[in-house]
Ligand binder design. Structure first.
Ligand SMILES: Cc1ncc(COP(=O)(O)O)c(C=O)c1O
Length: 379
């Protein structure tokens, strides 16, 4: 009999709903991945580097050329210069960066503050490392953090606060005043901030992405996680990076070197060339804003309640005026009977709080967005 280290953890909802969508030939707006082709220029670059023989292990923290490009990019965007040599590490996607950061920094019985609803990879990473998740529930339906309430969760055992902006699943973003509040809360403590910013380039309505990197007191105590997959429509490549001050990065790399050692070499060389052209990521927000707007326009007149999406490629829809079924049941019913798949938001809560809300991913071809919205309009 195996004693599970994660007894409460099952198969992720994304696998479950994607399998169901395929079985019932439903349009899958469940899992968050682009339903369109990535840029052929980047594919050609990878192929070129492979042909030129860049196919062996990269250095453990990533190739210097790519880390230099990232250091410049972050400096121009957020005004802080990371040292490419000691403060940036290339990872196998955002997920590995998050897991490695938690493994490297969370000790047995340390507390980690998480915000519910939360992306589903955080809590298992804390628990498998012997840490304790302490949850702050973001008030539904606007999901704005009340920092006075949140700060009551902080005590001498708090090792880490994990934030995520733009936020999956809600599609909300943190504002400058939120980051200022966070800065005030952690001042004078040893708390580490782990900031998941994989959707940094998907922010709508002329809002600025409020990276912790913009805030000197936060940057000095934060590991910040990014994903090439989200930014370059290549989620299957599982490539990302993490930045942080040298003392935190030293600990990060102690674990990184033994759980992946290093990441895909030709892709790193290709990205180091491709990323020099800023338009490859600066136009992403307007690209996705058009998709969000198309989805919302096509949904007009539907009985679903639209919750504002100001970032990410997710749109929350409330269905209280349609059904009082449990959100997991309603998502299954929609898949089987209407041929459209979303993710029930209760799965993002530790206590499965059910606000009758489903998450839909609009990173899809316009024809699919229109088809999906037409189905939803008629529910
Ligand atoms: C909030 C959030 N963080 C991290 C990740 C993982 O990123 P990656 O695919 O680069 O591992 C995702 C992917 O869906 C995400 O939504």
């Amino acid at each position: 009999m195996i004693e599970s280290k994660l007894p409460a953890t099952g198969t992720t909802i994304f696998s479950v709903m994607s399998r169901l969508a395929a079985e019932h030939q439903a349009i899958n707006l469940g899992q968050g991945f682009p339903g369109f082709a990535m840029d052929g220029e980047l594919i050609d670059l990878v192929a070129d580097f492979m042909r030129k023989g860049f196919n062996q292990y990269a250095p453990m923290p990533g190739i210097a050329e790519l880390r230099e490009v990232i250091a410049d990019k972050i400096y121009h965007q957020y005004g802080h210069r990371y040292q490419a040599e000691s403060e940036i590490t290339i990872t196998a996607g955002g997920t590995q960066a998050l897991f490695t950061a938690i493994t490297a920094l969370v000790h047995q019985d340390d507390e980690v503050i998480l915000f519910a609803p939360a992306y589903d990879c955080y809590a298992p990473a804390v628990e498998v490392n012997g840490g304790k998740c302490v949850w702050y529930d973001m008030p539904w339906p606007d999901y704005r953090v009340n920092w006075d309430h949140m700060k009551k969760l902080i005590n001498h055992k708090t090792r880490m606060i994990l934030i995520n902006t733009p936020h999956n699943p809600t599609g909300t973003v943190l504002h400058e005043e939120d980051l200022r509040e966070l800065e005030r809360l952690v001042r004078g403590t040893n708390i580490i901030v782990l900031s998941d910013e994989v959707y940094e380039h998907i922010v709508f309505d002329d809002m600025l992405h409020q990276s912790v990197v913009r805030f000197p007191e936060l940057v000095s105590r934060s590991l910040v996680v990014y994903s090439f997959g989200k930014t370059f429509h290549a989620t299957g490549w599982k490539m990302g990076y993490v930045c942080g001050p040298e003392d935190l990065m030293r600990e990060f790399r102690k674990v990184h070197q033994y759980n992946v050692f290093s990441c895909n070499t030709p892709i790193q060389y290709a990205l180091s060339v491709y990323m020099k052209n800023e338009s490859h990521y600066q136009e992403l927000s307007s690209f996705y804003q058009k998709k969000r707007d198309l989805f919302l326009k096509q949904l007009s007149g539907s009985r679903f309640k639209v919750l504002p999406s100001t970032g990410t490629y997710f749109q929350l829809l409330g269905y209280e005026s349609i059904s009082m079924a449990k959100d997991t049941d309603f998502a299954i019913e929609l898949t089987k009977e209407k041929k459209i798949t979303g993710i029930p938001c209760s799965v993002f809560y530790p206590d499965h709080a059910d606000h009758k809300v489903l998450r839909f991913c609009f990173a899809k071809e316009d024809v699919d967005i229109i088809k999906a919205a037409e189905i939803l309009r008629n529910v």
